[in-house]
Ligand binder design. Structure first.
Ligand SMILES: Cc1cc2nc3c(=O)[nH]c(=O)nc-3n(C[C@H](O)[C@H](O)[C@H](O)COP(=O)(O)OP(=O)(O)OC[C@H]3O[C@@H](n4cnc5c(N)ncnc54)[C@H](O)[C@@H]3O)c2cc1C
Length: 417
């Protein structure tokens, strides 16, 4: 049996692993990218809403508003859903998330992630240029619609808050909404157009384009099961299809499946899952959606993907591997049809993805405390597409001893000890 050697095994070929592999390669490392699929970008990094959210300074917190909590508890509203029978499984994580959502702690998390958010689009622009796929970045920004004056006022207050960090947004009235998106129907109190965020009309293709760049530059991609990871003689080993794959170092970048590997090595980090769904639909007639639109009070987003109009849902709290329960698609589809002329569904069934979430809303990036040569890069929650390249760069700088462009300490795994 052959033994294939490398400097680094990067486990997981979603946007996070592929970006880390590219950044390590740029810094002279010989990298093998490992995924259980034959191709990169087949899981969460395929099905998201495509936003490079450089305007999203503050994370998605659990609401400290009793009325909203009661709404969620009743489980009748589309923006969040939970599988009642899974409650015991996710409750401990949820309690930690609720505690970390206090204004002070959420602010601390936001400030820790700010340098990553601020670099997010720039890092993508570099990789998109190098990968030769400028058509996969649209500079349309996105629109957040508000159905009531109360939510619009809160949206405007949020805009004022993020303006302090250099983020711009245009407040729109009905005329402004119609000028930007003439095919929307409904009664809106107003909207905010966030012009700066990038929109990726095919996030899976972007991940594949980055993986192709990695291969063109001499990287290797091998389909194998990361759960076979073992440490052997100061190196890391995976069982590949034709023998062992060895790396002096290994990076766990398995997104929502990262705990399948780190738990076996004795690490006990609270990786939670917020599931989400999408469904592609054909636009009716000549209707055009120019950019992603979030119907914020009704809890769904429409994005004009290459495959069709992608309806994406908010968070579902459930066990990672529980069967799909796409009630949020069922509830929002009629609302979406009222908003925009949607025709036939293109997919036979809704797609389900799993956002890998740490309770403090920050990813885990850095060294494993008890294993030489083992590194973590996972837990990018709602912003993995956004942050993949920026966190890949940060990790590669840490692994190669370069000065990190952001303070990595808030992302250390030891914060969960
Ligand atoms: C509905 C929805 C909308 C979203 N919208 C946005 C958005 O607009 N903007 C944004 O920034 N983010 C968004 N996100 C979040 C984003 O998609 C994720 O944070 C991101 O894709 C996570 O990337 P990843 O590489 O960590 O995980 P993944 O893309 O899931 O990659 C993990 C990889 O690990 C591999 N793997 C798993 N187990 C094994 C194993 N045992 N052996 C080998 N390989 C294995 C998988 O095959 C997979 O390729 C959204 C998510 C959802 C669900």
């Amino acid at each position: 049996m052959a033994l294939i050697k490398s400097d680094v095994l990067v486990l997981g070929a979603g946007i996070v692993g592929v970006s880390a592999a590219l950044h390590l390669q740029k810094r002279g490392r010989d990298v093998i990218l490992v995924d259980r699929h034959e191709r990169a970008g087949e899981e969460t990094s395929y099905g998201n809403a495509g936003l490079i959210e450089c305007a999203s300074v503050f994370p998605y917190v659990f609401p400290y508003d009793l009325r909203q909590v009661l709404r969620y508890a009743l489980n009748r509203f589309p923006e969040a859903h939970y599988r009642f029978r899974d409650l015991p499984a996710f409750l401990p994580w949820l309690i930690r998330y609720i505690l970390a959502s206090s204004p002070e702690r959420a602010f601390r998390s936001a400030m820790a992630a700010l340098p990553l958010i601020q670099r997010s689009l720039v890092e993508h622009e570099t990789l998109i240029a190098e990968a030769g796929v400028p058509q996969l970045l649209r500079r349309t920004g996105w629109i957040k619609l508000f159905r009531s004056n109360a939510t619009l006022d809160k949206g405007i207050a949020d805009l004022e808050r993020v303006r302090r960090y250099g983020v711009e947004g245009d407040v729109l009235d009905a005329k402004g909404i119609a000028a930007r998106e003439p095919n929307l129907s409904g009664t809106f109190a107003g909207a905010i157009h966030w012009p700066a965020p990038g929109f990726i009309p095919d996030p899976g293709a972007l991940t594949k384009a980055y993986a192709a760049l990695f291969l063109r530059r001499g990287g290797r991609f091998i389909a194998a099961d990361a759960r076979t990871l073992t440490q052997s003689q100061a190196a890391w080993r995976i069982e590949g299809p034709n023998g062992g794959l060895m790396g002096r170092e290994a990076v766990i970048a398995l997104g929502p499946w990262s705990d399948d590997v780190f738990r076996g090595l004795g690490y006990n980090m609270p990786l939670g899952i917020k599931r989400g769904y999408h469904l592609h639909l054909a636009p009716r007639g000549n209707a055009v959606l120019n950019r992603p639109v979030l119907d914020s009070d009704l809890g769904y987003l429409l994005a004009p993907m290459n495959q069709g109009i992608r309806l994406t849902t908010g968070a579902e709290f459930a066990r990672r591997d529980a069967p799909p329960t796409p009630v949020q698609i069922e509830r929002t589809l009629p609302l979406a049809r009222e908003l925009f002329p949607l025709g036939e569904a293109i997919d036979a069934t809704p797609w389900m993805g799993r956002r890998p979430c740490m309770p403090d809303m920050l990813p885990v990036i850095g060294k494993a405390a008890r294993h030489a040569g083992l590194w973590f890069n996972f837990g990018h929650q709602h912003h993995g597409l956004t942050l993949g390249p920026a966190t890949g760069r940060l990790l590669a700088e840490m692994m190669t001893g370069a000065a990190p462009f952001a303070d990595p300490r808030p992302f250390a795994a030891e914060r969960f000890r």
